[in-house]
Design a protein around this ligand. Sequence first.
Ligand SMILES: [Ca+2]
Ligand SMILES: [Ca+2]
Length: 358
Amino acid sequence: MRRERSVLLMVFIISMVLVGVSFAQPVNYALGKSYTANPPLTPSSSWWLGEDPPYTKYTDGISAWAWGAVSGWQGPDNVSSVTLIVDLGEVKSDIAKLQVDQFVSHSSAVRESSKIKCYGSIDGSTYTYWGDMFSSGTTGGETMWHWVHCNVVPQSAQYVKFELYWDSAWQGSHKLLSEIYVWSAEALDDAALGKSYSADPLLTPTSQWWLGENPPYTKYTDGTSAWAWGAVSGWQGTDNVSSVTLIVDLGIVRSDIKKVQVDQFVSHSSAVAECSSIKCYGSTDGSSFTYWADLLLFDSPGGETMWYWGYCFPEDKTARYVKYELYWDPGYVGSHKLLSEIYVWVPSAAGVEDWFVY
Ligand SMILES: [Ca+2]
Ligand SMILES: [Ca+2]
């Protein structure tokens, strides 16, 4: 009996270890990697905050609002913009998030950036613009600023470039950073899967049109997304719809919403038109909604294909109800409007690698 118990205990412990291992936590690919700066970082010999050489402070894994944990460009250098390039050592195919930790101290003439742009490159010569970074969390005159950018779809790169700009008024101020990060994708689940939703105006009823689904309102959250007539529903052309509102009820308030997505069926040959824009909002009570973002189009669109819209948030969003407002160009008022699936992405409970369905 005792022996059985100890065997069961051992099996339990091994199971928990395996479960723990299967969780896909983001990895910082920049940790310990080399980087270059243009103009070069202020040399240590001429300034006590500098690090030229050895160029290790931005990727040493230490981020702190402390003089010993930062380096950069001193005020007399009159720097207004800088370029940093991190070499990840090899091409990484799942880069989802970038981060820059910037030391700011107005009392010591150390100023924050006005803008940070980021780019990725496979070969180190041709760079793709990924977006502008967002200053996340606390901002103030005596604190660390955390700048973040998310790629809607994880990207491939060996070289990641940051372009930092400062307001011209801060030309004589110091510019200091503590750490830069390049994060791998995190495993996500669709919190909207199987959940109920409403539509205004109502989806075209099945009785009036073979593509409709009024009732049962399940097609947008059934887990199936396909560029196929049987996998879509929406509003028929004769309804003359130019904008619609969809609200998904997640059942509970989620405070860990990472990303939103809408898969749209487009077929110009069949008079099915794409949106001109999709806006997204969140609410905890279903009555008061906060604007979150305009979704970005992230696949190469065409007249006979699925259009994938999405937005990933630099900081987690909180909501039970997620609202999508879809708009079509007035020229498409008589066209059909069809969708296949809508999503609300949260961290995976199972650790399954399903970052993006696509
Ligand atoms: Ca550091
Ligand atoms: Ca579906």
